[in-house]
Design a binder for this molecule. Structure first.
Ligand SMILES: NC(=O)c1ccc[n+]([C@@H]2O[C@H](COP(=O)([O-])OP(=O)(O)OC[C@H]3O[C@@H](n4cnc5c(N)ncnc54)[C@H](O)[C@@H]3O)[C@@H](O)[C@H]2O)c1
Length: 342
């Protein structure tokens, strides 16, 4: 097992990569613990949960709402959960985001931890202390910064994940390598094929390196006032593609990284050879690098991005592989880069 710690304003979060869900009982006060999970995870792993009440939510973004939060508050009240309660999410990013929000607000906050069961949750969603839900169909409009006491990343849980969900996690791992860690980037180039087979040693390294990278960034800028924005590499364009074309988040982020690399190249910060290396890595990990799309619709969606300021938008670019910079980009320049996907 490898351990990373995040020192947040609300406390320290211990992320354990390689720990098993079977050991969950060791980390919680069992008689006061309530588990929150979703239908799929309960079906696959319910038998491994400790002997405590289990609450189940639906799946998909439509379950990540204030309605679900309200129902969970009521279930906790029915269980007579008081301030000494300990709430554990067992699931992917949706279960973790909802549970973190519920635990942070129920009775003004009770203790909580996560067992992250998707690759995306292990390398990204469960790490960093952002918890929240969607409102009116808009993502993460209500939420809090609050660190879970622990995160268990059980690599054995990944074996039952559909391939598309694995790919979503790969996109975030590539992102971490591209913005901060050239060595991880080279490792991915050499071992991507083993990762796609979920080779245990390779996955253990990829998950831990991602956690280590995100933990370090969050430790320096928990509330996203500066450096944490780098973690949005590929996401400004990615969110627009997700909205317009309805493709999964990881695939959209992959395309967003291609656009951001094209922009970085136009600025002279990334060589053509480095752009090709990034695209080749994305492709080799089973993610898309080209999209049959309407550039105008995408550009219009991007203009609505939260990070826009007048005729410019805060955009994460690369100053060489392994080094991200946040720049204000002119909307006209951005429009030209969108055509790099044609
Ligand atoms: N808080 C953050 O910092 C942060 C960061 C990134 C993403 N997110 C959020 O994470 C969410 C996406 O998370 P996700 O990709 O994990 O999706 P998810 O939670 O919807 O899980 C994907 C699917 O896999 C199923 N599943 C989970 N674990 C499984 C397993 N081990 N075996 C088989 N099936 C399993 C789930 O039931 C679900 O159907 C989004 O809402 C996103 O906004 C949050």
């Amino acid at each position: 097992m490898n351990i990373a710690e995040i020192q947040g304003n609300t406390g320290t979060s211990t992320v354990m990569v390689g720990e098993s869900i079977s050991n969950l009982a060791q980390y919680v006060p069992l008689e006061r613990t309530v588990v929150i999970t979703d239908e799929n995870v309960r079906h696959a792993y319910g038998h491994l949960l400790p002997d405590c009440p289990v609450l189940t939510i639906g799946t998909g973004e439509t379950a990540k709402t204030l309605d679900t939060v309200g129902r969970l508050y009521e279930s906790l009240m029915t269980l007579s959960a008081d301030r000494s309660a300990f709430v554990v999410a067992v699931g992917g990013g949706i279960v973790c985001d909802v549970t973190g929000f519920v635990a942070s607000t129920y009775l003004r906050g009770v203790r909580f931890g996560f067992v992250a069961s998707t690759l995306l949750a292990q390398v990204d969603a469960s790490v960093g202390g952002k918890n929240g839900v969607n409102v009116g169909g808009y993502k993460n409009m209500a939420g809090v910064f609050n660190q879970p006491e622990f995160v268990i990343c059980d690599l054995d849980l990944l074996g039952t994940l559909p391939e598309r969900d694995i790919l979503c996690g790969f996109a975030e791992i590539i992102k971490h390598a591209a913005i901060i860690d050239r060595n991880l980037f080279a490792f991915l180039e050499d071992n991507g094929h083993r990762a796609r087979e979920l080779d245990r040693d390779v996955m253990a390294k990829l998950v831990f390196d991602s956690v280590r990278i995100k933990a370090a960034v969050v430790g320096r800028d928990e509330r996203e006032a500066g450096e944490r924005r780098k973690l949005n590499f590929g996401h400004t364009f990615g969110h627009a593609v997700e909205k317009v074309n309805g493709i999964p988040h990881g695939e959209a982020v992959a395309l967003g990284m291609v656009v951001a690399a094209a922009l970085s190249c136009r600025k002279g910060w990334l060589s053509r050879e480095e752009v090709n290396r990034l695209e080749a890595l994305i492709d080799s990990m089973g993610l898309p690098t080209r999209l049959d799309c309407d550039p105008k619709a995408l550009f219009d969606a991007m203009k609505k991005d939260k990070k826009r300021e007048g005729d410019a938008i805060h955009f994460v670019l690369l100053d060489g592989l392994g080094k991200a910079v946040v720049e204000k980009i002119d909307l006209a320049e951005l429009e030209a880069a969108v055509h790099s996907l044609d």
